[in-house]
Write a protein that binds this ligand. Structure first.
Ligand code: CA
Length: 231
């Protein structure tokens, strides 16, 4: 049984309680907030492991709340939307949501997605065999704090850039295909554009590689994908 804490921010009481019942049955602790303002307060007070966020909310809407939570943390956020058009908006705004579902959804499917996100997050934030600190030459990755340092200077990476770098660096010499990286970092496939991975890798290299054109850390394995060279 898991004791992970999940915050549901949803003004439709029936939906919130239905989801809560499913999650409680799976052993999760659940907090329900009926509006965006309360949601932010509950987020800060209870420090949940994951947030389920409805888009249309009274007071502070779900997109705004998503942005505010993202400023403070990288925990998984799954958004609920009533319209397909909102999904496009979530994606185009780059709010940092990890997954989304359109209403009406199957609670069983939602629980499966929540589990997948929590598993992914735990995997990314706690590489085995160290205290969450990876060090390769001048490159240091603080997996728990989501910080990267190059020669002691903090490197500004987006959440997804960080997750890709962390995934590769936690598994040095292991080759990942772009599809594998996409699945592990984004965690959902429907709207996936594999080229996103290429774009992110380029940005990471620009930020952490002394010579981005001749990468020392993130090596391209032609025709396959990428691997992290730790040696
Ligand atoms: Ca709503």
């Amino acid at each position: 049984m898991s004791s992970d804490k999940i915050l549901i921010v949803e003004d439709e009481k029936e939906i919130a309680e239905l989801v809560r019942d499913y999650l409680v049955r799976e052993g999760y602790q659940v907090i329900i907030s009926p509006d965006g303002e309360q949601g932010l307060q509950d987020y800060r007070r209870h420090a949940p492991d994951m947030v389920i966020l409805d888009i249309m909310l009274p007071r502070v809407d779900g997109m705004e709340l998503c942005r505010m939570i993202r400023n403070e943390s990288n925990i998984p956020i799954l958004m609920l939307s009533a319209k397909h058009s909102e999904v496009d908006k979530i994606l185009s705004l780059g709010l940092g949501a990890d997954d989304y579902m359109t209403k009406p959804f199957s609670p069983g499917e939602l629980v499966a997605r929540i589990k997948a996100q929590l598993r992914r997050y735990t995997l990314l934030s706690t590489p085995p065999g160290n205290q969450g600190m990876l060090k390769y030459g001048e490159l240091e990755i603080d997996s728990k704090g989501y910080n990267v340092f190059l020669a002691g200077k903090k490197v500004d990476l987006s959440a997804k850039e960080f997750e890709i770098l962390n995934l590769l660096a936690a598994n040095p010499q292991q080759v990942f295909t772009r599809e594998q990286i996409f699945d592990r970092v984004w965690g959902f496939n429907e709207f996936g554009d594999i080229n996103t991975v290429t774009v992110h890798i380029r940005k990471i290299r620009e930020k952490v590689e002394p010579e981005p054109a001749r990468p020392r850390f993130i090596k391209t394995v032609w025709g396959v994908g990428y691997k992290f060279d730790g040696g």
